[in-house]
Design a protein around this ligand. Structure first.
Ligand code: UD1
Ligand code: CA
Length: 459
């Protein structure tokens, strides 16, 4: 039996109040619809059709040719969305697994379970339901006196007693194709909302077909994201799930509700993550590394026993046992060696350093190749930009750079060089030299009284 998935993702998502169509909106930086497609690709489904409409090019750009598309030109409701896939599905034997595109948390094992239950029970229609303490916003499941489901009533159309029903429609269905497309034609437009409700297939099928429900145990996985508050709730659920996985894998996370870790981040057991830390993209944190508090790491590798505190690290590599921060910024290809110290208010961009190099306070290192055992004095700067072009600084091993030194690039500082504090260096420095490039000091005897009046001393 061929198994199709039909995902309803044509809606604008008015309640989101965002520019992006709802199903394209990111949760932990990944579009909602991608979660669904990734899981469907792992499930027993053979073929997937996504109903697109509002800003369909955005949706198609995300999913490309991973799925087939049906276009719903005008969004006249979930029932109408299904009928826009009729030309692709109505003549096919098989079953269709219908999912809303705003339900990112259901994983494929649950999908497979729902489908096999549908087949084992011999249902024509299975409605996936959940129990909600606060069912507001969801369609309520209506049952007859024998407990058999015979309808779904949307919140807007509920009377007071129906509003109290806690079993709600998840908007996930498994249905026989032929029965679906026969029934969908019979749906009448809801007068209050002016839409064709897919939920009406239940009342239309329950007398002529075998209609059943499948109750999911964890209502969180079937939550529909309708607004930015819903995005927050889904994100919290994912954050907890991801953090739990890392903690069970041997990573210490302190105050985990403040720590956000992306899907592709790899953390070795024995690493520590402190509060208010975000690790995203293709980041790798090796054993023994300590990250945070208050740190952001994106697409970077942090080697064993390195420490990053109160800092930002983007597209960079931090070597073993190196300490970064507080308040440092490594960005775009900062490749820092082992046992370095990158301290307060230090920025490193597109540069490499050897081992045991220190840049402890108030330093900018840009477009530089720096050796081992280099000491950057407080306030030293690689002057890499002449207003038009960026230029390179090369610094050898065992170099001492005094405080407030400007290295005007392009420039080469060889091994074993000592540069006096306050120098503005514009020429290459040969191996073993000491460079001093500043005006000689003049002391004018007895002159300061012309410039500052001594303050009267208190009696
Ligand atoms: C829907 C269900 C409700 C259920 C809830 C679960 C209906 C009438 N109501 O309500 O019973 O409890 O989901 O989350 O089905 N869409 C289209 N085209 C349209 C309208 C919607 O493709 O014309 C898509 C949307 O993009 C969305 C999905 O269908 O992904 C659900 O639509 P939404 O407006 O969120 O329905 P709810 O009001 O949440
Ligand atoms: Ca919804």
């Amino acid at each position: 039996m061929k198994k199709y998935a039909l995902i309803l993702a044509a809606g604008k998502g008015t309640r989101m109040r965002t520019e992006l169509p709802k199903c394209a909106f990111p949760i932990l930086k990944k579009p909602m619809i991608e979660y669904i497609i990734e899981n469907i690709e792992k499930s027993v489904i053979d073929e997937t059709i996504v109903v697109v409409g509002h800003k369909k090019e955005v949706m198609e750009d995300i999913l490309k040719d991973r799925v087939k598309y049906a276009v719903q030109e005008e969004q006249l409701g979930t029932g109408h969305a299904v009928s826009s896939a009729a030309s692709l599905l109505e003549n096919e034997e098989g079953i269709t697994f219908i999912l809303p595109g705003d339900m990112p948390l259901m994983e494929y094992p649950v999908m497979d379970k729902i489908i096999s239950s549908h087949l084992e029970m011999g249902n024509d229609l299975t409605v996936v339901t959940m129990l909600m303490d606060y069912p507001k916003g969801y369609g309520r499941i209506i049952r007859d006196e024998y407990g058999v489901v015979n309808g779904i009533v949307e919140e807007l159309d509920c009377n007071e007693s129906q509003k109290l029903i806690k079993e709600v429609n998840s908007s996930v269905y498994v249905v026989d194709n032929k029965a679906l497309f026969e029934t969908i034609k019979k749906i009448r437009r809801n007068e209050r909302k002016g839409e064709y409700y897919l939920t009406d297939i239940v009342s239309l099928m329950h007398q002529t077909h075998k209609v059943n429900t499948f109750l999911v145990r964890d209502p969180q996985i079937t939550m529909g994201v309708n607004d930015l508050y819903g995005v927050g709730i889904a994100e919290k659920y994912l954050r907890d799930t991801i953090n739990k996985g890392h903690m069970l894998g041997g990573v210490s996370i302190v105050n985990p509700e403040t720590v956000t870790i992306g899907h592709n981040v790899i953390i070795e057991p024995g690493a520590w993550i402190y509060p208010n830390t975000t690790l995203m993209g293709n980041t790798i944190i090796k054993a023994g590394a300590v990250i945070g508090p208050n740190t952001e790491v994106l697409n970077s590798t942090i080697e064993s026993y390195a420490e990053i505190r109160h800092s930002i690290v983007l597209d960079s590599i931090v070597g073993e046992r190196t300490t970064v921060g507080p308040f440092a910024h490594l960005r775009r290809n900062a490749i820092i060696g082992k046992d370095n110290r990158i301290g307060n208010f230090v920025e490193v961009k597109a540069s490499t350093t050897g081992d045991h190099t220190k840049a402890a306070h108030l330093i900018y290192i840009g477009d530089a190749e720096v050796g081992s055992n280099v000491n950057f004095g407080c306030g030293s700067v690689t002057v890499n930009y002449d207003g038009v072009k960026k230029h390179k600084t090369i610094i050898g091993d065992d170099v001492f750079i005094g405080c407030n030194v400007n290295l005007v690039a392009p420039i080469k500082v060889s091994d074993n060089v000592f540069i006096a504090a306050g120098s503005t260096v514009t020429q290459d420095i040969p191996k073993g030299a000491m460079a001093i490039a500043r005006n000689k000091q003049i002391n004018k005897e007895d002159y300061s009284k012309n410039l500052i009046k001594p303050k009267p001393k208190p009696e």
